[in-house]
Design a protein around this ligand. Structure first.
Ligand SMILES: C[S@@+](CC[C@H](N)C(=O)[O-])C[C@H]1O[C@@H](n2cnc3c(N)ncnc32)[C@H](O)[C@@H]1O
Length: 194
């Protein structure tokens, strides 16, 4: 990723630290760890939450083919502009993930097979974590996959702990990957099955 993209990302962080929740985009190594866990062959509908400048999106797009319906949801208009410029064929909705059910209706989709999330969960208060997880649960099919990352530095924080407990309430299986040290800050991924 070019230096200008890091600078753009950092500027967005400075304007909205709680919504962005990260000073730099995810590394390729972290993105691959998330995307490789998804069972692409058996899925058709995949949604990305909080696509940012496209660090995860570029790896998702490498796995998407004509059988998939893939769309991204991003709330920040500057990032949406970046995504549209970087990936002209990407379907991206400038909206909040809390409206995912309505966006699925627009996409003529009844349920979602997998969600790949870049949302900064540990930066959200409990009510927001619940709101977004409930919105996802309403569209994710039974057996559906959900993956997201968390910074190891956030695991000790109350919001990070709360999020882990909430995952266990929403999913039948929750597991954690090894730490990806080549990411700033180092992070692990949650891998959840509904
Ligand atoms: C930590 S950044 C991750 C960006 C990118 N996916 C990555 O991994 O580098 C979090 C992203 O979530 C977006 N976001 C935060 N709240 C959101 C919401 N309610 N709905 C959609 N996107 C949201 C932010 O604008 C930001 O782009």
């Amino acid at each position: 990723m070019a230096l200008t993209e890091y600078t753009h990302f950092f500027k967005q962080f400075l304007t909205q630290p709680n919504a962005i929740g990260a000073v730099a985009p995810s590394s390729s190594r972290l993105a691959r760890r998330m995307v490789d866990w998804i069972e692409w062959e058996s899925h058709s509908v995949v949604v990305e939450f909080g696509a940012g400048s496209g660090a995860l999106t570029s790896h998702i797009l490498e796995r998407v083919n004509h059988r998939h319906n893939f769309f991204a949801i991003e709330i920040n208009p500057n990032f949406v502009a970046t995504l549209r410029e970087r990936f002209p064929d990407l379907k991206v909705h400038e909206d909040s993930v809390e409206n995912v059910a309505e966006l699925c209706r627009k996409e003529n989709v009844e349920s979602v097979d997998a969600v790949v999330s870049g949302l900064p969960w540990a930066a959200f208060p409990g009510e927001l974590q619940d709101k977004f997880l409930d919105a996802m649960s309403a569209v994710l099919k039974p057996g559906g996959q959900f993956t997201t990352f968390a910074y190891i530095s956030g695991l000790a924080l109350p919001a990070g702990q709360r999020f882990r407990k909430r995952l266990k309430n929403h999913f039948s299986e929750v597991s954690q990957s090894r730490v990806t040290w080549r990411n700033f800050p180092p992070a692990f991924t949650y891998q959840c099955i509904k």
